[in-house]
Design a protein. Sequence first.
Length: 588
Amino acid sequence: MQEIVGESLARRLVDWGVDTVFGLPGDGINGLMEGFRRQREKLTFVLVHHEEAAAFMATGYAKATGRLGVCAATSGPGAIHLLNGLYDAKLDHTPVLAITGMQETSVLGSHYQQEVHTPLLYHDVADYNLMVTNPQQVPGVVDIAVRNALAKRTVSHLSFPNDVQVAAAGADPYRHVSPGEPPMSSPVLSQPTVPAAQDDLARAAEVLNAGRKVAMLVGIGARGARDEVLAVAEKLASPVVKTLPGKMVVPDDHPLTTGGLGLLGTRPSEELMEECDTLLMVGTSFPYGKYLPSPGQARVVQIDVDASLVGLRLPVDAAVTADARLALRQLLPMLQAHSDRSFLEKYQRARDTWRAEMVSLQDPSRHPVAPQYLMSCVDAAASSDAILTCDSGTIATWAARHWTIRGDREFYLSGNLATMAPGLPYAIAMQRAYPGRQVIAFVGDGGFAMLMAEFLTAVRHELPIKVVINNNNSYGQILWEQIVLGYPEYAVRHRQPEADFAAWARACGGYGVKVTDPKALPGAVREALAHPGPALVDCDVNPDEPPMPGKVRYEQAQHFTEAFLRGQPHKVATLASVARDKINELRS
Ligand code: FAD
């Protein structure tokens, strides 16, 4: 059988170590599908129900493994559907290759059906972005696309016209002047683990040694540097503050960390940022400048592998362009041990108080179920190496504060795109990458409903993911944002009837249980986690539970009060919830 371009593409992906393509076929990629079919022994095609999910899966796969994620979609609508997931990859610095179809070259430009020029459409999202027009380009351009995605931790895109997909591999219909051999090299990328320059390290050490109240802010870029982060923090007597994606860098129960920063962060982290005189940022592009020290308050050292991302939020006194682990190792012997540990100890005490407050919110006696209690039940029952994925919404707050990173646990969400709906597809892809691990999607009813057909994907591919739905039948985060802005809530609560997602799980052939009674919750969660196949717990939670900031600001309190005075439709229920935890702060 003659090799076609579709197969040549698939073979080259296999050469690069790709074992999974997430996607959906269509008449724009039949030649590519035939190529994937011919390589099916080495390359699994995970058939999904929506291309957006395929792109999230490729992103989740790459986030969890550090390897290339690959997704495929047909021309026109399929390619358009991929976009949101691809932006998730781009904004979170994740290597993903998107493969799309295109109409035949002979009809391009004729307003043909589904003639969407995907390289133009993908101009902003893809760093390497090409329509393949000659079979001779393959596999050379595949190599370049893969290298770009991996080296720059971003999105590459290749689009294949229908006729090119099924053309004989290596054919060259247009040759008249030889351009030389098409580019092709070994399918290996030598990733530089960038060590730091001595001058940069010396400057960084000088700033850190001079500090009296040193704080560290670590992000997902420090993921492979847990030991080094802790060793440096110990020496500098520095509390370690974590970004939300960086939650898994240091265990939540480690004495040196005060937890997260930002709206979903902790009060001690926020307050120590206001007090520190020196800040060491490692592997982070934390976006919220208002939670960082005021300009001039602290001297700043920043370590990042990408020099173009240094100094985005704060003026930097010492910049170190290097891999976090290497740089911290190099820096450690240059640091003087700080004997005054009072700054650290002050915030360790504040952290203990904060944790006790968080535990008190996990109140099992509340009815409807408190979302904090739901998250705590999952936290208590999950294994020590469980992976938790999450969506954007109030669930991110509950996960940030009540999912404990300990042991080898991991945590993923759409950080910088902050899109709804990746939690379920991420979990599916991560389960595929790590068949033996417990993978839990902790999602809201809003995000789950967007791509809920993918639960069927999990059942059909025998991927035993667990889904826990924090079901408030509303867009809870937006509800609170409207209130904090000073507006009465509008169009954020769904009407009745409420969806029964457990019934959907069972209809798919999975395990599904609906929980409304807090007493039934721990057992239901344990049973679902113990189930050998895909399982779902749909838990009704209190829709009026506020995802309160660690430290309530005066303007937020003022807007909140004003919104109530203007007639908040659910004010009694809302006030009842708020009163339980932070009403005193709102009144102050
Ligand atoms: P990134 O922005 O991805 O930055 C990582 C950095 O590490 C990059 O600069 C990269 O170049 C660098 N890097 C990568 N590899 C290495 C290496 N080997 N060595 C050195 N450097 C490396 N986030 C919060 O922190 N607090 C919040 O309260 C918060 N609220 C959120 C609420 C919702 C609903 C959602 C969806 C998201 C929220 N986020 C929050 C996430 C937030 O939007 C950002 O995504 C996040 O703060 C950025 O985290 P990061 O800096 O760790 O990751």
